[in-house]
Ligand binder design. Structure first.
Ligand code: PHE
Ligand code: FE
Length: 295
């Protein structure tokens, strides 16, 4: 993930914002946090995560001895799809982020969350970034999609449409669902790295689950503070990559004139997997207003 405007790299980081992972300096307690999170997700994901994610998890052998050493992952990942993981101190400016992706480098947070933050944290840490994102980068089609996204991000920045393109990232790379012969599966990093959202995204009656459409997605705002109210389902990674190979400029021109679609809306034109009852989001909104709390 990226945030903010371009500025110079913080002290101790290189000009491209990368730092050494310094794997030897992780404490045993930090490795233990990784292992706890890893084991929790590993138990939940069969039958819920998509095949490419599960295959990537196996290929990278991410459970071996706590926090993975990027030198070890990179040897494998580079062979498979030409990608590498690079360590960064935290969120990096958009341009820096896109520049890395366009060169098949995935910037990952170096730090790991505290044992008291197992379920929620603001900034992506190494568990979200590596467990969540890196397995999909072993898939050749997804690997190409992420590289193209980096190039597209640089272009969208120049065209002033990054807020639209960012929705594509959010609803695919972070919170994407995929069809499979056996039913819906998760592949978005924000879902697969979260115990609660793994279950919510697939099993709750609250959110909408709608067929993916590029323009529709780019018109839909998203939530950064809670579970998503709408998920978009791609038929396959090939279909996703295929939809994004077109020149986005005409699409950006149309987006400039049209309105956003409210986050919970289901359109008559949407392919509907689930028309959510939005009960979860409504209850949370009522709680926030100090209204009655359901027991
Ligand atoms: N085709 C897009 C463009 O013209 C670039 C892109 C590719 C964006 C893949 C996202 C994902 O800008
Ligand atoms: Fe992420």
């Amino acid at each position: 993930m990226s945030a903010g405007i371009a500025k110079t790299a913080p002290a101790g980081a290189r000009a491209d914002w990368t730092i050494d992972q310094a794997w030897d300096r992780y404490e045993p307690a930090e490795h233990a946090v990784w292992t706890r999170l890893y084991e929790r997700q590993k138990a939940l994901l069969p039958g819920r995560a998509s095949d490419p994610f599960l295959a990537g998890l196996d290929a990278l052998d991410l459970h071996r001895g706590g926090i993975p050493d990027f030198r070890r992952i990179n040897a494998e990942l580079q062979k498979l799809t030409g990608w590498t993981v690079v360590a960064v101190p935290g969120l990096v400016p958009d341009e820096v982020f896109f520049e890395h992706l366009a060169n098949r480098r995935f910037p990952a947070g170096q730090f790991i969350r505290k044992p008291t933050e197992l379920d929620y944290l603001q900034e992506p840490d190494i568990f979200h970034d590596v467990f969540g994102h890196v397995p999909m980068l072993t898939d050749p089609v997804f690997a190409d999609y992420m590289r193209a996204y980096g190039q597209g991000g640089l272009r969208a920045l120049g065209l002033g449409r990054l807020h639209n393109l960012a929705r594509l990232y959010w609803y695919t790379v972070e919170f994407g669902l995929m069809e499979s012969a056996a039913g819906l599966r998760i592949y978005g990093a924000g879902i697969v790295s979260s115990r609660a959202e793994t279950i919510f995204a697939l099993e709750s009656a609250s959110p909408n689950r709608l067929g993916f459409d590029l323009e529709r997605v780019m018109r839909t705002p998203y939530r950064i503070d809670d579970f998503q109210q709408t998920y978009f389902v791609i038929p396959s990674l090939d279909a996703l990559l295929g939809a994004t190979l077109q020149d986005f400029r005409p699409l950006y021109d149309r987006l400039a004139s049209g309105a956003d679609i409210p986050i919970e809306t289901v359109l008559a034109t949407d392919p509907v997997f689930t028309h959510g009852d939005q009960a979860y989001a409504r209850e949370k909104a009522a709680e926030a207003k100090g209204g009655p709390r359901a027991a």
